[in-house]
Design a protein around this ligand. Sequence first.
Ligand SMILES: NC(=O)c1ccc[n+]([C@@H]2O[C@H](COP(=O)([O-])OP(=O)(O)OC[C@H]3O[C@@H](n4cnc5c(N)ncnc54)[C@H](OP(=O)(O)O)[C@@H]3O)[C@@H](O)[C@H]2O)c1
Length: 354
Amino acid sequence: MTSKLNIAIVGATGVVGSIMRELLAAEREKWGEIRLIASPRSAGKVLNVGDEEITVQAMSPEVFEGIDIAHFDLPDEVSAEWVPVAAEKGAIVIDKSAHFRMEDDVPLVAPEANPEDVRNRPRNIIANANCTTLTLIPSIAPLHREFGLASMSVASYQAASGGGKAGLEALYEQVNKTTPADGLGTKPGDVREALGEEANEAFGAPLAWNVVPKVGGWRDGGWTSEELKVRNESRKMLGHPTLKVASTCVRVPVAIGHAQAVHATFENDVTVEQARAVLEKAEGVTVVDDPGNNVYPTSIDSAGISGTQVGRLRQSVDFPNSLEFFTVGDNLIKGAAENSMQVAELLRKELTES
Ligand SMILES: NC(=O)c1ccc[n+]([C@@H]2O[C@H](COP(=O)([O-])OP(=O)(O)OC[C@H]3O[C@@H](n4cnc5c(N)ncnc54)[C@H](OP(=O)(O)O)[C@@H]3O)[C@@H](O)[C@H]2O)c1
């Protein structure tokens, strides 16, 4: 029986890192020392975890000495370099970057789908999936267990904060620069002109007053990296390597909260009533679905909320064994920090209670 585990938040100054600090503060008594780590730019800053003031340390091999669990909230290329260093120093790393997710000897875990995979970590690295897939998994995993998922087609509506602190700031800046303006957005090119060329930098096109069908980088065949993540990471976490997935990922001018319209086809018969009963019992899912009273999930109502919300549940009319639904979740909470905390809790139980 080990005493309390020591925790590092690596990338503590970022948007995900700041939610990690809030979630850790809420269960501070469970954990030992908390260390905050970021780039040399942030070294010496003092950040809070609840009432506790902690000085940020610059990344180095030594900062991982004595750390049991390291939550990595860093850009892909920085994780690629530093995750193995932390693991070598004896920390179990829960990494939120895309770098290790599809490696065979790194489990990709969402507790609603495959909690048992946490124990199979030969490199002491556990990956956290991308925020779009993580907001889909709490609803699709229990439906898959009950009815056998054959295929799904997903359209996402993703918030600016999915692009980190820089993405969120870019949206605020663009909105501030173009509000108010009579008739803005009604004449050819007027928004682009008001924002200038630099508004293309963060998302490839202006995000204020816009809907942008590109999230991530371009890949073969016209797909984006985000669309491939939805397919490949869903397959891995559901343990369903032949699952058929179509996805289109779209950025929308929302600060927080990734939404998805889902068309799912099952091997077995499924009715709306059966699916609703499964979702009402599912961990990490709140059914928000009373269309007659205008009750359905929205992005702004998901911000700051644990888990995911599901609504607009309908039987497909033209497709057998199929359902349509809409799901929303805070991309920084269930889409990132909360999942990482759930994985850490599985580790805490394994390491301190057995
Ligand atoms: N945003 C989301 O919705 C979301 C959801 C799921 C997963 N993720 C993943 O989570 C990770 C963090 O994303 P984020 O949105 O929080 O990004 P972010 O707001 O841009 O924060 C990035 C963090 O990385 C640190 N960092 C950058 N370069 C570093 C270096 N060389 N050494 C040490 N620290 C360094 C930054 O520290 P400084 O402040 O010192 O520069 C900052 O703390 C990414 O892998 C992202 O893909 C994000």
